[in-house]
Design a protein around this ligand. Structure first.
Ligand SMILES: Cc1cc2nc3c(=O)[nH]c(=O)nc-3n(C[C@H](O)[C@H](O)[C@H](O)COP(=O)(O)O)c2cc1C
Length: 190
């Protein structure tokens, strides 16, 4: 069974993107995957500094996050758009997990992992611009990003207080994204 790790680029309580990725996780379970949802708030790590890495190595929580990436076949990532790009907290976690420790292969966390991308915003553009740069970033790390991606505009109006999606169009888009992630990951595992 394909193992999917789902996380967002927001550590905010009440995050729209964390809610979106949890809905996408349900869709991936429906598509037949085993899904683990995490919150980057539980993996707080220092801003990357190569001098500190040389002296102390990879911090425990950064290594724990990287190990989760290594242990899964695919990722579902929902990111806020901050000034047209990804938030520092997401890029920092991705950067730490790109660092090699011990006998690990180069880019062990990323190589040939399938990625499904989403963005949610209270604004009218739905975070479309972050999807462009996040796709480029993940592909440069040797991930395989699915053709489908989902951006949710006016996201606060499309989620209940408990974080459940109410919009049928977005639900269908998530089902399509999840099915692409699971089927591509199954093929890459063979
Ligand atoms: C520094 C900063 C920059 C932002 N830039 C954008 C932006 O470029 N586009 C956008 O749609 N929303 C932007 N926003 C608003 C976010 O979309 C909004 O805060 C959203 O709720 C963040 O996602 P979250 O709910 O998952 O934390 C920005 C917010 C912050 C704090």
């Amino acid at each position: 069974m394909v193992k999917v790790l789902a996380f967002s680029g927001s550590t905010r309580s009440g995050s729209l993107n964390q809610a979106l990725v949890e809905n996408a996780a349900d869709a991936a379970r429906e598509a037949g995957a085993e899904v683990t949802v995490i919150n980057l708030a539980d993996y707080a790590m220092p801003i990357f500094n190569q001098d500190e890495e040389d002296e102390y190595g990879i911090p425990e929580r950064a290594q724990a996050f990287k190990q989760l990436l290594i242990d899964h076949d695919a990722f579902l990532i929902a990111s806020p758009e901050y000034n047209s790009s990804y938030p520092a907290v997401l890029k920092n976690a991705i950067d730490w997990a790109s660092r090699k420790a011990g006998d690990e292969a180069v880019l062990a966390a990323y190589k040939n992992k399938v990625v499904g991308l989403m963005a949610a915003s209270p604004g009218a553009l739905g975070g479309m611009r972050v999807l462009v740069v996040l796709r480029m970033l993940m592909q440069n790390l040797m991930c395989v990003v699915t053709p489908a991606q989902v951006s949710v505009a006016k996201a606060a109006d499309k989620l209940t207080d408990a974080g459940k999606l109410t919009d049928d169009t977005v639900k269908k888009q998530l089902a399509n994204l999840a099915s692409q992630v699971v089927s591509m990951a199954e093929k890459l595992k063979d």
